[in-house]
Design a protein around this ligand. Sequence first.
Ligand SMILES: CC(C)(COP(=O)(O)OP(=O)(O)OC[C@H]1O[C@@H](n2cnc3c(N)ncnc32)[C@H](O)[C@@H]1OP(=O)(O)O)[C@@H](O)C(=O)NCCC(=O)NCCS
Length: 172
Amino acid sequence: MDGRGGLARLPYRWGYLPIVEFRIDRVPASATWELRQAVLRPHETINQLALPDDDELSTGSFAAINEDEEIVGTVRVAPASPPFSVHTYASADSPSWRVRGMATREDVRNLGIGSAVLSRAVQHVAEHGGGLLWCNARVPAVNLYQRAGFVEHGDVWEDPDIGPHVVMWRLV
Ligand SMILES: CC(C)(COP(=O)(O)OP(=O)(O)OC[C@H]1O[C@@H](n2cnc3c(N)ncnc32)[C@H](O)[C@@H]1OP(=O)(O)O)[C@@H](O)C(=O)NCCC(=O)NCCS
């Protein structure tokens, strides 16, 4: 117990978390599809989640894995041009990266898993030379991205299948 809220907390690499212990591994993209489909794209089939650059060395797919070896969180990051001119915020020859597919299983949200996988994606970009990192953030996730150093670009728009989004970016 650490006295905060009376929850039993487990010492953990990224801080102190109640109840759930997890590690983050780099995994094949296909290992993340089941969770991504269930959380992010229930209107699509698992087969529709494959992306052309899934197997590129520069693409990083990461999973938070609990003590039962279940994937409870995920994120993906890969080189991709943003929907604005890179030189608006960085030098024109700066590499650009897109983070997407961030999802946490519903029963283990608000425990820091999303922030931890996003941090791992940022680390992946740093390990590959850095650059401008951007995403199409779902509006309910904007706070999480802001805490990770992202800022908004432009207006909120509505995706008819999945709701309001806004572009966010940061330099790594
Ligand atoms: C967005 C999503 C991935 C966040 O995952 P998560 O594991 O709950 O993320 P975190 O726990 O790091 O942060 C979520 C909230 O929990 C809070 N939190 C983090 N650690 C905490 C802890 N140890 N104790 C209590 N609260 C905590 C954070 O303050 C955060 O609140 P805020 O975002 O309103 O500021 C998850 O809600 C999800 O899968 N949503 C549906 C899909 C989606 O929208 N994905 C994003 C696409 S852009």
